[in-house]
Design a binder for this molecule. Structure first.
Ligand code: GAR
Length: 209
């Protein structure tokens, strides 16, 4: 993506509480979209009734829901999700706690501009339970990883990582809350830099220009 003075268009995908989405909204509100380099043009979800969608509605943003169970196959769902996202003409798509693996059609359209945030230091502890798995393994540090999505599970090129120490007294929820504090700042910083400066992906390396 080339550097460009015009604010880039972001579609954010959520499945839950949406605190990462909120961090993006707050920063764009604080700095203004031109200075931040991007604006959120829509928020999508794979389920109804979540706080992430309520946050988007309170911010006056268009929302859409694309549920797997409303489609006859996973491929059909993936194509419908891709079409719903494409309707908002995003420059970047951000998976901020979106708990679904997208498929071929979605990646054909948005590969190389689909960013995910994961609550562990990849390549350790990929998948849906990154926090729990790091605790169960007995790791002493964990953290979060912002990366581009490829066709594996949390295997795409890494953009940035943040480190969080694991404490003896941690349970999954306490540790996840500390990770999310680091994660929100990291995501806000990284998305802004990608949008303002442009970037290229060279194999596994992401170079922000
Ligand atoms: C975040 O910690 C994100 O890394 C995680 O869900 C949380 C969403 O929080 N995503 C995954 O585990 C994806 N495998 P939020 O809804 O408050 O932004």
């Amino acid at each position: 993506m080339a550097a460009n003075p015009v604010a880039k268009r972001l579609v954010v995908l959520v499945s839950g509480s949406g605190t990462n989405l909120q961090a993006l909204l707050d920063e764009i509100e604080r700095t203004g979209a031109e200075e931040y380099g991007a604006r959120i043009v829509a928020v999508g979800a794979d389920r109804d009734g979540i706080e992430g969608l309520a946050r988007a509605e309170r911010a006056g943003l268009p929302t859409f829901v694309c549920r797997v169970k409303d489609h006859t196959s996973r491929e059909e769902w993936d194509a419908a999700l891709a079409a719903a996202v494409a309707a908002h003409e995003p420059d970047l798509v951000i998976s901020a706690g979106f708990m679904k693996i997208v498929g071929k059609e979605f990646l054909a359209r948005f590969g190389g501009r689909f960013v995910n945030t994961h609550p562990a230091l990849l390549p350790s502890f990929p998948g849906a339970h990154g926090v729990r798995d790091a605790l169960a393994y007995g790791a002493k540090v964990t953290g979060c990883t912002v990366h581009f999505v490829d066709d594996g599970v949390d295997t795409g090129p890494i953009i940035a990582q943040g480190v969080v120490e694991i404490r003896d007294e941690d349970d999954e929820s306490a540790l996840h809350e500390r990770i999310k504090e680091v994660e929100r700042s990291l995501l806000v910083e990284v998305v802004g830099r990608l949008a303002r400066h442009g970037y290229r992906i060279e194999g596994r390396k992401v170079v922000i220009q």
